[in-house]
Write a new protein. Structure first.
Length: 169
């Protein structure tokens, strides 16, 4: 799912500081942030992107119910809005932009073709960032340890079919 919040102008460093405090880490050389959260037993990946006064929350897991996604996002968005403006976020500032969305977990760009699933970290990446070295693979230290232990692994990313969606909807 994709949520958009109208936040207004905010400095990148202040946004960065706030999100890091909430447990987010930077991805894609400044493309955005990501966090792995938990809500009611669901593991929820949240990616955040900021551009031109808008904050986008990208949640890739189709198995998480929409209302759980919304609750998590609304909580982060409200805190962020209050942090920046000092007042409570008017509910209409946050809205669902799309029910489904395919994007690269590293550069956060929308991907219309196939996404590659990384065997090491389980993330999905565009063709440019599919190799572990290219997306600063969170699973890479494990693999290094395996190599040092003499166990060989195939450095490949598995292609995964993603249902193509045509505009509209
Ligand atoms: Zn990418
Ligand atoms: Zn990876």
């Amino acid at each position: 799912m994709v949520f958009t919040m109208l936040l207004g102008e905010v400095s990148g460093s202040s946004l960065n500081a706030f999100l890091q405090e909430c447990g987010f880490i930077e991805v894609g050389d400044g493309a955005g942030w990501r966090a792995d959260l938990e809500e009611e037993g669901y593991a929820i990946k949240v990616f955040v992107k900021y551009e031109e006064g808008k904050v986008k929350f990208l949640l890739p897991e189709p198995s998480v119910p929409a209302e759980i996604n919304e609750r998590v996002v609304r909580r982060i968005a409200s805190e962020l809005y209050e942090h920046v403006h000092g007042v409570e976020m008017p509910p209409e500032k946050l809205k669902v932009e799309a029910a489904t969305y395919s994007f690269c977990y590293y550069c956060l760009k929308p991907v219309r073709e196939l996404l590659f699933k990384c065997r090491r970290c389980g993330g999905r990446y565009c063709s440019q960032h599919r190799l572990p070295e290219r997306h600063k693979c969170p699973g890479i230290s494990y693999v290094k340890a395996a190599f040092e232990g003499g166990e060989k692994r195939e450095p490949e990313a598995k292609r995964e079919m993603v249902v193509k969606r045509h505009g509209g909807g």
